[in-house]
Design a protein around this ligand. Structure first.
Ligand code: HEM
Length: 155
């Protein structure tokens, strides 16, 4: 991709913006009848911080999740055995999309398409990995997501 195309992380507004997204998301999750049981007692500060690090890295920011939080293998371990249903996955993905509005992330079609593309991909992998006896990919790098076919519109 051309050197002047920003990362999704920078376009979103950096770590503070990703943290707003994650907070708005989990604030909704805590009130959601399909999702709240995954987080007994509420979504901890530690979880919010780690998931912020994950999304920041995926979107092209610092590689803090790989360096400090156990990387792909730790993320995988958290999803194994959860038995996430199709309905829960859809609620998770649609709630994150709503949270992007709550958090006032950029709402240009290109950015939101990239965000939802990663969400769709990531949540479907989470469902697969969470099933009993799933044949998981045990080791992988933290993914890096990009703009796909539509980089940001910059006249
Ligand atoms: C794009 C999709 C997803 C991403 C990027 C993601 C990311 C993560 C990460 C990075 C962790 C580990 C946090 C840590 O290191 O402490 C985690 C844990 C977890 N995730 Fe996901 N996840 C996704 C989908 C889902 C779905 C669909 C569900 C359930 C409906 C789910 C439920 C959980 C739960 C219950 C934990 C463990 C929480 C804890 O014990 O602190 N995740 N997720």
């Amino acid at each position: 991709m051309a050197a002047d195309v920003p990362t999704l992380y920078d376009w979103a507004g950096g770590r503070a913006a990703i943290r707003r997204l994650i907070d708005c998301f989990y604030d909704r999750v805590e009130r959601d009848e399909l999702l709240t049981a995954f987080f007994p007692g509420g979504v901890s500060e530690e979880h919010r911080d780690h998931v912020t690090a994950w999304w920041s890295e995926v979107f092209g920011g610092p590689d803090a999740y790989t360096r400090d939080h156990g990387g792909y293998e730790r993320m995988l371990a958290h999803h194994v055995g959860l038995s996430i249903t199709a309905e829960q996955r859809h609620r998770f993905a649609s709630t994150m999309s709503l949270a992007a509005d709550d958090a006032q992330l950029p709402d240009d079609p290109e950015f939101r398409a990239a965000l939802v593309g990663y969400l769709e991909w990531g949540t479907r992998l989470a469902v697969q990995n969470s099933q009993p006896g799933a044949d998981v990919v045990e080791h992988a790098p933290v993914p890096r997501w990009g703009w796909g076919v539509a980089p940001p519109y910059q006249p």
